[in-house]
Write a new protein. Structure first.
Length: 506
């Protein structure tokens, strides 16, 4: 039997730290339930002392899932550990993840301390966490740039203090794969009782090496990988779950396995992208739109003759839909339902009827309907209490000024406002601001073309509200309408995170 590699998912902690990617507690619960079905072994559910919302999310996730271990992050600070233990009180399997900086950069400049002082704090925190739970993971932050000899002392000391997992993060994404693998081997060879703990890889992608480093760590004896869906995370992101899982599944020669049900990967990638408003780059390995798209004639011919000529994985193995059921204007409700279920939507029959009506209108305009289109069709109808876009009228003056009249709805209440601006998007955003009664600053605005028609636009807008970032997206054949929908989506996101309606005065 091959060795098992434990999958520790930190989408809801390291992934959620990305500005603009915050999730509400119900959204986190939905993702956690899907992670459980996917087969992850550990879910890092949050950093409880960081905010009441993180604390509450750890509590609610602990209640909602039972199979994976629920993990809560702390600093090497007793109060943090008290909070984590309290937040984990409902978890069936629980883990506290504590730690401190191990590189001289962290020791000297972040903690203004010395190696011995930090070692003492590491031991103390581990023993303190151990009073609450049996399963304690210790992270040696910035281990990637730490001196190996000192790192080995720290790892040995925390194992002696009771750590069951030792995490070796390449916090800054600095290491080369060979260097990171050698670090893990050094610990295997030089730390007394290393076999009493599992070594964990936690790599960041600043140089595009997170997956390579993680695999190198595993090949040198690590047996836990810390990953996120779509590789989201601080700066350039974390190691992506789907890449590591599929490398181990594809390379039978490595003789290692995970518990990941790979055919659930694609649906979860879409869910996380949709909830975090974080697009997946088209050429992203495994889950990108183009990951299995063959465009050159030679490749197409090769795949038709024998799939393996140009494909090392079967798209079905990661849940990427085969082309057998294509949605067009002639598709029936069964085909629509099949695709909605594949995308993890569990809709009432009444809601399927509504979506089907809208689907038929869109299918009349577009040759075939993509997953992106379906997501917008379903989520275009906004949650209770959220704003929905109804209508826009634009008029263009000869001096370049544009006047926009926007109608939006909250529940059954309709609100209309008119405003001017330098262009149609600016005028429309000013009109929306009048409706919500607040001015929200736009930080980033991106237009992408999707599908096979150049006029199908997807717009991402990142806004800043009370010093926090929120992202919204909208899709429509008309880019101005897509832009308005994206802005309204971001506003709804603010309302759902802040638990506060921005509904204002016209
Ligand atoms: O990157 C890192 O070092 C971390 C630790 C807190 C585990 O995220
Ligand atoms: Zn990290």
């Amino acid at each position: 039997m091959s060795d098992k590699v434990y999958v520790f998912d930190t989408t809801l902690r390291d992934g959620e730290q990305v500005p603009g990617c915050q999730l509400s507690t119900p959204e986190k619960i939905e993702i956690a339930k899907e992670l459980e079905i996917l087969g992850v072994d550990i879910i890092e559910a949050g950093f409880p002392i960081s905010s009441p919302m993180d604390f509450n999310s750890v509590i609610e996730i602990s209640k909602a899932v039972s199979e994976p271990t629920i993990c809560a992050l702390t600093r090497a600070v007793e109060k943090d550990i008290d909070f984590a233990a309290d937040a984990l009180k409902f978890a069936k399997h629980k883990r506290i993840h504590t730690g401190i900086g191990a590189s001289d950069y962290h020791i000297k400049y972040k903690f203004r301390s010395n190696r011995e002082g930090i070692l003492e704090r590491a031991i103390k925190a581990t023993k303190y966490a151990k009073k609450y739970v049996e399963d304690v993971e210790f992270y040696c932050e910035d281990a990637g740039r730490a001196d190996n000899e000192y790192l080995a002392r720290m790892v040995e000391a925390v194992i002696a203090a009771g750590a069951t997992v030792v995490n070796i993060p390449d916090t800054t994404g600095y290491c080369l794969p060979e260097e990171y693998g050698a670090k893990i081997k050094y610990l295997k060879d030089n730390v007394k009782d290393i076999d009493k703990a599992i070594i964990s890889c936690h790599c960041h992608n600043d140089l595009g090496l997170a997956t390579a480093n993680t695999i190198s760590g595993v090949l040198n004896g690590a047996r836990q990988v810390e990953v996120t869906i779509n590789g989201i995370g601080e700066r350039a992101g974390n190691t992506s779950l789907e890449e590591v899982a599929m490398i181990l599944q594809t390379h039978k020669d490595v003789d290692l396995h995970t518990n990941i049900q790979s055919n659930r990967i694609y649906a979860l990638s879409l869910l996380v992208s949709k909830m975090m408003r974080m697009p997946v780059q088209p050429n992203k390995a495994i889950v990108g739109r183009n990951a299995f798209a063959h465009s050159s004639g030679i490749h197409q011919d090769g795949v038709i003759k024998h799939r393996e000529s140009y494909e090392i994985m079967d798209p079905a193995d990661v849940g990427v839909p085969q082309n057998s059921i294509i949605l067009t204007a002639r598709s029936g409700k069964a085909a629509l339902k099949y695709h909605l279920e594949r995308l993890n939507y569990d809709l009432s029959n009444e809601r399927v009827e509504q979506v089907y009506e809208e689907f038929l209108k869109l299918a009349d305009e577009k040759k075939d309907i993509s997953d992106d289109d379906l997501i917008v069709l379903v989520d275009g109808k906004l949650p209770e209490g959220g704003f929905s876009f109804e209508n826009v009228q634009l008029s263009y003056e000869s001096n370049g000024q544009v006047t926009s009249t926007i109608t939006m709805k909250v529940g059954s209440e309709e609100m209309t406002a008119t405003a001017t601006g330098e262009g149609s998007v600016e005028a429309s955003y000013n009109a929306v601001d009048k409706i919500i009664g607040e001015k929200v600053n736009i930080d980033e605005f991106l237009v992408q073309s999707i599908g096979d028609r150049s006029d199908a636009g997807k717009v991402h807008v990142r806004v800043k509200y009370q010093e926090q970032m929120y992202i919204g997206f909208g899709v429509h054949q008309d880019v101005v309408i897509a832009s308005i929908k994206a802005y309204i989506d971001a506003i709804n996101k603010i309302a759902s995170i802040k638990n506060k309606s921005l509904a204002g005065t016209v």
